[in-house]
Ligand binder design. Structure first.
Ligand SMILES: Nc1ncnc2c1ncn2[C@@H]1O[C@H](COP(=O)(O)OP(=O)(O)O)[C@@H](O)[C@H]1O
Ligand SMILES: [Mg+2]
Length: 414
């Protein structure tokens, strides 16, 4: 069974991702120091935009086409959609109007605001439109018909699937840009921070682990007040929650909240598939022999809980960003505080976990385990975390103790 992307093509989805080729020449890793939008909501606008020349070029190109009346910019929470929209607004230098829909409680007030007489030829930017997906899908066609000179740029975690809607998917930052973003945020909390120093050496690894997701990078950098970059990296690799709730420039109070919002809106079977797919840390193809309905995978991609990646063959492949996966991991395991610390029982380990436990007992780091087993580091982090949880261990030394006592034999590889 295979997912067809025809539905996206029919709807005019353009993958902004480098991996999808269409925009490959345009997504440059050049850094651009923007001037910072003068208008628009939130403190995010005060910091210069980093990178995104390619995406801005693509947006401009789409808007140059007069037949495009409804353009939807979509992507995972924290990928930088709002920041990009603000940069576009600055670029257009007037003639656009920015409306943050999260500030509206009812769809009627949104449409009242939209129906107010304005200049002709306006571009109306509707941010956080995911809060009104149904209402907009029902009401926008009429609005666009009644006001033939306006155009709408929707910024949303999911497209509306309207006829004529053009969809642009925003990918994470190019590595050079994400490292630069990390540097800028790091300097703000640690004035002496420099990429050339010992502290700076971890920036690339941190960005890699954070999937180059701007919001995750900002949360992590905010933690530099407390931790040096190496400690931060180790904590992340150990699966510790350092990404949530930190002070950032952004309106997001936490990434978990944003991802949780999308998760809560899934149906029960969709949630079950989401949790099931979250065990994959690398790219995977959910079709082959899994019995997972392609429609559900399509929904998860649509809501940006899964991201499509380049596929060598015909079979489509996807990934779940680490931030999203770590959200789903928390759905499986109870909060540590609720866990009975002294419970004597242990749960059986999978063969892979036994293997990981043995490597931990040999004193290997997560990275070394990942290399040895040919898996992603993040996977190793999760395995170690699961092993510790199942064995009720609070340290790697405890795990080694268990291995020595039980002498498990890894019987199979995943
Ligand atoms: N290209 C960028 N340059 C600088 N900061 C960025 C960039 N992209 C995102 N950010 C910052 O990362 C955070 C998350 O971005 P945001 O646009 O709010 O994400 P989204 O709207 O996709 O949820 C914000 O604080 C934003 O200012
Ligand atoms: Mg936003």
């Amino acid at each position: 069974m295979r997912i067809s992307f025809d539905i996206y093509r029919r709807l005019g989805v353009i993958f902004m991702s480098r991996e999808y080729g269409m925009a490959s020449g345009q997504i440059q890793s050049r850094l651009s120091a923007g001037k910072g939008a003068r208008s628009g909501p939130g403190a995010a606008a005060f910091a210069p935009i980093v990178g995104r020349d390619g995406e801005l070029g693509l947006l401009r190109q789409q808007l140059a086409d007069p037949s495009v009346r409804l353009l939807t910019m979509t992507g995972p929470a924290g990928v930088g959609k709002t920041r990009l929209a603000l940069a576009l607004m600055e670029d257009l230098a007037g003639g656009s109007q920015f409306l943050d829909l999260a500030g509206h409680e009812r769809a009627e007030t949104v449409f009242e605001a939209l129906s107010a007489p304005g200049e002709t030829g306006r571009l109306i930017i509707l941010d956080q439109a995911e809060h009104f997906t149904e209402a907009l899908a029902a009401g926008l066609p009429r609005l666009l018909a009644e006001r033939p000179r306006i155009r709408v740029l929707l910024v949303s975690r999911e497209p509306l699937h309207l006829y004529g809607e053009r969809v642009l998917r925003v990918p994470p930052l190019a590595r050079v840009a994400s490292v630069e973003l990390f540097r800028q945020r790091a300097v703000a909390v640690r004035p002496g921070f420099s990429l050339a120093s010992a502290d700076g050496a971890e920036a690339d690894d941190l960005c890699e682990l954070l999937d180059d997701l701007p919001l995750a990078i900002e949360f992590a950098a905010a933690r530099l007040k407390l931790f040096r970059p190496r400690e931060l990296l180790n904590r992340l690799r150990d699966g510790q929650d350092v990404l949530y709730g930190g002070p950032t420039l952004s309106h997001h109070s936490s990434m978990r909240e944003a991802i949780g919002w999308s998760y809560e809106r899934l149906t029960g079977p969709e949630q079950a598939v989401f949790r099931r797919l979250a065990v994959h840390e690398d790219a995977f193809s959910p079709m082959a022999g899994t019995g997972i309905a392609p429609e559900i995978v399509e929904t998860l991609v649509d809501k940006n809980l899964l991201v499509p990646v380049a596929s060598p063959g015909d079979e489509p492949r996807f990934r779940m960003l680490n931030a999203v996966r770590s959200f789903s991991r928390d759905l499986h395991s109870p909060e540590p505080a609720e866990e009975p610390r002294t419970a004597p029982h242990t749960q059986p380990l999978t063969p892979r976990e036994q293997e990981v436990a043995m490597l931990v007992a040999q004193g290997m780091t997560n990275r070394q385990i990942a290399r040895r087993l040919g898996i992603a580091e993040w996977t190793a982090v999760n395995h170690v975390r699961n092993v510790m949880r199942k064995l009720n261990c609070t340290s790697r030394v405890n795990v080694a103790g268990w291995v020595i006592r039980e002498q498990p034999v890894a019987t199979a590889l995943d």
